[in-house]
Design a protein around this ligand. Sequence first.
Ligand code: GDP
Length: 528
Amino acid sequence: MSQSAIAAEAQRRRTFAIISHPDAGKTTLTENLLLAGGAIRAAGAVRARGENRRTRSDWMKIERERGISVSASVMTFDHAGLMFNLLDTPGHEDFSEDTYRTLTAADAAVMVLDAAKGIEPQTLKLFEVCRLRDIPIVTFINKMDREAQDPFALLDEIASRLALDPAPLYWPAGSGGRFKGMMDLRAQKFLPYTRGGEHPAALPINSNAIAQYLDPDEQGEVEEGAMLVQEAAKPFDVQSFLEGHMTPVFFGSALRHFGIDQLLGGLAAYAPPPKPVAAERNGQPTHVAPGDPEVSGFVFKVQANMDPNHRDRIAFFRMTSGRFTRGMKLKAQNTGRQMSVNAPIMFFASDRELAEEAFAGDVIGIPNHGVLRVGDSLSETGQLRFAGLPNFAPEILRRVRVKDPLKAKHLRRALEGLAEEGVTQLFRPNLGSDFIVGAVGQLQFEVMADRLINEYQLEAIFEESPYAEARWMGGTAADIEDFDDKHKTAMARDIDDQPVFLGKSSWEIGYVADRYPKLQFLRTRERG
Ligand code: GDP
């Protein structure tokens, strides 16, 4: 295949994730997007499929008990001449660093807000990760069929809390029981909403037929709102969106399949294809373009123990360039190990299939026996290295011990292995012999405990730790050393021997940060 044909295939990819707070409607929206994209026939298929999978196969015990579907990690569908890859960001109890890392593999994100609740804590956290990576964000205000906040207040919240310019492309007529549809601000049309059944076709705003759906008061209200918001909001500017300064805002009801075609249309029109990525080749800085002939990419997630009998793992590999074909040999930059990728998996919404070919933007699952790790760069030559995936400041810190003190060394190796893999983070306090492990979600500890038993025959005890927060340090080596000296009892080293400050509360972190303005107390650290 010619280089321009490879570039054209990459250009067709739209790889995105959905960020939201639990219950905002991510699962419902995912299903309805797949439905609108023609990838599934009936709503409910995503959930049902997960359940079938779980009963059919032997997923990790915790996953079964917790009802976590690993099969839906990536959902690929072909629509309007484009290839969409929807990356699943685990939420709820399975919220973990994988949730954050998945965003490093996305080129855009859909931020789903519950119209009654606006921006919630988890939305904010995930948004911050998107901002860190300059990922453009499309906003979908969901549940308009329920009593909602004033849409102006929602836009204000986006502007003030996220420092993001909201550019509504639609404007809702009412909400809850009085939800009647929305104005298409660009096409100057009205899209009626009806409860149950198909939503009628859009009508020009001067059409008399609108009176069928809106009484004169309602019509006056939506027209006035639409006028006001167009005066007040900056007009949508694609460039500003791509740079992460502006978000186009859509309204709808995922449950009632309203506003979904518009959202999908918006993604098709504005979500970017894969971009060139900064990398190193043999240590020299370079750029990798999606159309470059060499296959390359990075592993952003490893799913372990899919089949406990085989110790199989699936590494999720996000491609950054080239045309991958089944059976190809790829080499990991850090270990130099080469493997033939004979059974790559593509995750189509309706099923999984062997991937015969894939391009930049695509995610393939590579089964392996633990050779591949989170953050690994893979390419045909093995010479390319992409920036390491970030570690995120853990929100839960625990002290780990083993009952048998003779096994402490063994524990250390096990914890290091799991930290290397990105399951949990490991901090060694400068004083004493404790092991402090950190995670952003509770489930990570359960996965860890399970793997310590099954793979390392270690029965670990997790205890409360005196620390609540961890921060990586930024600043000159001398300043950090000085700080280190004065705060010996609160200093630790991470798996890469980087200094970490362990605070007893977020208040304490704020306090030391104020007292040491020359130092930075960082929530993320790029590994590698
Ligand atoms: P997730 O936790 O973000 O994946 O949220 P779900 O998709 O599971 O939705 C949470 C709840 O909100 C479920 O009971 C859904 O049926 C409901 N829900 C989702 N979208 C809508 C909507 O547009 N309107 C209404 N009324 N309910 C919705």
